[in-house]
Ligand binder design. Structure first.
Ligand code: SIN
Ligand code: CO
Length: 380
């Protein structure tokens, strides 16, 4: 259980003063911080096919990038390299716990927890990210510098897989120690160089851009065969310049499109579905033999049983239509299933005790059975 020691700040003040505005270092943000995983466990995850991992090394300013899965780390030596593993929260429950203290920000903003292990001198060099990130210092120490957005920074490509920026003037220049939390808003240059063997946890938040949203909307239109109705042109007046696409016509077509986007039901459905899709691999646990309502009730007679969500699964309740969205799929909720739907969306392991009241009602059992059969929850 991780709790942020905000000191003078509160989450409200943090959001007002820093979130997306200014970088912040919270010294000992987690008191007596205990790493949720070890460097060896991280190395083990980087050997797996399903996880996205990279090793970035530098030797007198010559940068190299190798992509996992890795078999052997000994070739990299003792210094000047860092191993980065994406979405470790999809594979390590303890690492996923690092998301909890930041739940004053809604779950739809979460991207992943990326974990890095760096040897002395290791780091990815000065760079920009598009996402908000809380970088937590685990074991070891690292020298972090963070600057402010600066259009004059040069974009550098020291390796085809590594984007960096030129040197920047830091507004934070500090050595992070276990439990320190460094918040970096998007597009703020930063650079962390390890002092000794160092673990860092980057709790990353996504904010979709219009390209992604428009493309997701187009997919919904195509998949569902909607939007085939053509623009209404009944009020056409005679033109004296047939070669011109007039401003009036442009505005008519533009408004036609805006009216589609103004459909709250369609947009909220598209958004909830898009925002629950994971960008990283998940371990979906499809049951070999599908559950039946009867078998689920039977399992839950055992008070020791847990119904657990798959690690990293994204779940949201869409306030517009009241439905539950899991990993891009929509599951309709009714007045009777709403309470269970919210419990599921909390993304916590559920005990038979917690589920007891739901199990009296068949449609709740059906809901539980269907999420188990979709492989999004499992019985443990
Ligand atoms: C890290 O090296 O742990 C974080 C990399 C980054 O700054 O994005
Ligand atoms: Co970064």
């Amino acid at each position: 259980m991780y709790t942020v020691n905000w000191g003078e700040l509160t989450p409200e003040k943090f959001l007002e003063e820093y979130w997306q505005k200014k970088p912040l270092l919270i010294k000992a943000g987690f008191e007596n911080f205990e790493d949720p995983l070890s460097a060896d466990e991280l190395a083990g995850l980087a050997m797996e096919e399903e996880l996205e991992s990279r090793i970035i090394s530098n030797n007198q300013n010559t940068w190299n990038v190798s992509h996992g899965p890795f078999e052997d780390f000994s070739t990299f030596g003792e210094n000047n390299w860092t191993l980065l593993v994406q979405a470790v929260n999809n594979w390590s429950e303890a690492t996923g716990q690092l998301l909890k203290p930041f739940q004053f920000i809604p779950n739809w903003r979460i991207d992943d927890v990326m974990v890095s292990f760096s040897t002395p001198g290791g780091g990815v060099g000065p760079h920009l990210d598009q996402y908000d990130v809380f970088i937590i210092q685990g074991e070891g120490k690292r020298h972090w510098k963070v600057g402010l957005p600066d259009a004059s920074l040069e974009q550098l490509l020291p390796h085809e897989d590594l984007k960096q920026v030129s040197a920047f003037k830091p507004v934070i220049d500090a050595i992070t120690e276990p439990g320190d939390i460094l918040y970096i808003p998007p597009n703020h240059p930063h650079d962390g160089s390890a002092i000794d063997n160092s673990l860092n946890y980057s709790v990353g938040f996504q904010a979709p851009n219009s390209q992604e949203l428009i493309s997701a909307l187009a997919d919904v239109f195509i998949d569902r065969n909607i939007g085939e109705q053509r623009v209404d042109d009944k009020d056409r007046q005679k033109t004296a310049s047939p070669e011109t696409l007039t401003k009036k016509d442009i505005s008519k077509l533009q408004n036609f499109l805006i009216s589609e986007i103004n459909d709250d039901n369609l947009m909220s459905d598209m958004l909830a579905s898009f925002l629950t899709r994971n960008h990283h691999a998940l371990e979906i646990l499809m049951p070999v033999n599908p559950f039946t309502e009867g078998s689920v009730v039977e399992y839950l007679k055992d008070p020791e049983i847990f119904v657990r969500p798959v690690l990293g699964i994204k779940v949201l309740i869409n306030e517009q239509n009241g439905d539950l969205y899991i990993n891009g799929d929509r599951v309709a909720l009714t007045d009777e299933t709403k309470e269970l739907g919210i419990l599921l969306a909390k993304n916590q392991p559920l005990t038979a005790e917690i589920l007891k009241s739901s199990l009296d009602c068949l449609i709740n059992v059906q809901l539980l059975t269907s999420v188990l059969n979709m492989g999004y929850w499992y019985i443990d």
